[in-house]
Design a protein around this ligand. Sequence first.
Ligand code: SF4
Length: 445
Amino acid sequence: MALTGIQIFKLLPKTNCKECGVPTCLAFAMNLASGKAELDSCPYVSDEARAQLSEASAPPIRPVVVGAGVRKATTGGETVQYRHEKTFYSPTLLAAQVGSDISAGDLEAKLKDWNAYQFERVGLNLRPELVAVKDVNGDAAAFAAVAKQIADTSEFNVILMTEDADVMKAGAEACAFKRPLLFGATEANADAMGAIAKDNDLPLGIKADSIDALTALSEKLTGMGLKDLVLDPGSREPKQANEDMIAIRRAALKDGNRAVGFPTIAFPCEMASNLDAETMLAAMFVAKYGSIVVMSDFAGESVFPLLLERLNIFTDPQRPMTVTEGIYPINNPDENSRVLVTTNFALTYFIVSGEIEASKVPTWLLIKDSEGLSVLTAWAAGKFAGDDVGMFVKKSGITDKIKHQEIVIPGYAAAIVGDVEEELPGWTITVGPREAAHIPGFLRA
Ligand code: SF4
């Protein structure tokens, strides 16, 4: 069971040397208890205390690294059942499946298509990460060739799917440098699959036909010294699969059951007969609690909504996404260009700046720190008050860049005009549109 901060503190050296980056051992203990610090950050923990603390401070769901290179990703590591309790840390990884009999040309075309599914939102690059190679005929050479082509020619990382240990060995050797997830350890092949994963230091997906059987298999493999497992309870009927995902998460977090304290994998591709239905099931697993979701294919209309859902669910609800306060020149503005001011909520910034860019009108965009709140919320919370905005405009340095005295404030903050005018005597304060979509027309007019 997890230790409290005070219990952890009792095991620390209590010298307050600050080498761990916080001022006191007590603060470090609290951070350790809440999962915000790593035990290795303190170099002075005794071996005896380390043994006690390592076990107690390990996250209830082990973080497992899948892949290598630019798309390397950590899955698992979650500490709460519900997002609002704290946050979810490791976004669900999205995979599409190919058969091991796919031709090199067809695979090349698929990889090219799938690689194009990249979307910029709030300053982030959203894209799927994985391709799963499914052994369809026991041909180890073909399986290895497909895995190697994906690993060598794309940024996608790889899931190797077979229950045949010889085929798995060939696949693992072909793309071990990409740290593939080996999927297919069952009760029948656990020894052989466990050995391949252990010899190559690779994560291993394990599958059983019930949570009890999965628990036994997990205990067997961890007993062999394997640490990085990914769990598949084997359910392929949506309702049962959903219940199993919830049960596994609860058992790991609420009951402290270490045998199921690993990320999970779900297979919408084996539960539905078309991509639309798969997409709905994938959406369910993104929300609860699929760490990796495997689909039969990627298409823009399926992957884009899933990426956006994932972005929303795996964003810290207590920390709004923000951009830095400052002056943002858009479309090469000069001293005569208009000045718009808005808040630093990331979504506000990206929508407003996108509309300004689309207008092609040279503009200075001033972003005021509103603690990540949108315009209306910031105004209601007193974070976008007239005098604040006026002071910010004066201090921002924009007056060195323009030779007029006019700013445009958001339509939803029209009520602050008077206070801004008081703070900026002699300036013209214009109320802009309420909706960002109207900004291009407003600027051109
Ligand atoms: Fe205490 Fe260790 Fe941090 Fe030093 S490094 S303050 S001993 S927890």
